[in-house]
Write a protein that binds this ligand. Sequence first.
Ligand code: G
Ligand code: G
Ligand code: MN
Ligand code: NA
Length: 249
Amino acid sequence: RVVEMDLRDAITCNQLRLYYQPITDARHDAVIGYEALMRWQHPENGLIMPIDFIPIAEETGLIHSLGSFALHEACREATTWKGNQTVAVNLSPIQFKNSGLVSVVESALEASGLDPSRLEVEITESVLLDNTLGNISILRKLKALGVRIALDDFGTGYSSLSYLRSFPFDKIKIDRSFINDMQDSREALAIIRAITGMSRSLDIQTTAEGVETDEQFRRLKEEGCTLFQGYFFGRPQPSESRLVGFAPL
Ligand code: G
Ligand code: G
Ligand code: MN
Ligand code: NA
């Protein structure tokens, strides 16, 4: 098990990396953005996945440093992309407990020179579960900067629908468990249908996550999904290798 001291080293010794997974717009056959996913290149243990260090970072408060790194690094790298694609950065609910979150985002934008409309932050509904008013006020400030706000892992957790009234999200990401089950489960398909229908009436974009097959892609297009993410389109890769090895549309 990874220890806290090691994770401090990860930050000070530049062992953190961002991998980028493409997000494809089926209407234009184009990669319109990438989600930044953190990895820890450990000197002895190799590449460590978020599930093995994000929870520890959240418990110890190191998530504030990790989160600041992710925002700065993602904005910086996105400025080098020829296609001007957007970059999506995941925010932990713990980062909202730090009153400095808005200024961290501002300084990442300023330092990189990235157009704020090219930055998207992904939050889960747990952000709206505790300290709701305070967190919504932070989201409004981020939105006022020009940053896009996406609701991640949608459909899991608690009373998802009510959250759509509490904040004007730019995008909803349908949790990949529904895409995984849609071929065998009428319920999963019905929920996907409900989410896409509702999003359309609210004028919110939907991203289908975890798309692994052509069959899923085809069915999801029929259901009205426009944005797609998953191994079928490409795995998370370092910024410099983003453009090689992606499955053509
Ligand atoms: O590829 P994957 O195993 O990378 O990511 C698993 C989960 O880890 C993601 O769903 C996301 O919630 C979380 N995660 C990945 N990168 C980051 C990050 O930079 N910050 C936070 N807070 N969570 C991340
Ligand atoms: O932040 P979030 O939970 O949405 O992060 C997405 C997670 O899903 C990451 O761990 C990423 O590596 C993973 N992922 C992305 N595409 C696929 C896919 O097609 N299949 C599976 N099983 N996982 C995926
Ligand atoms: Mn995400
Ligand atoms: Na997700």
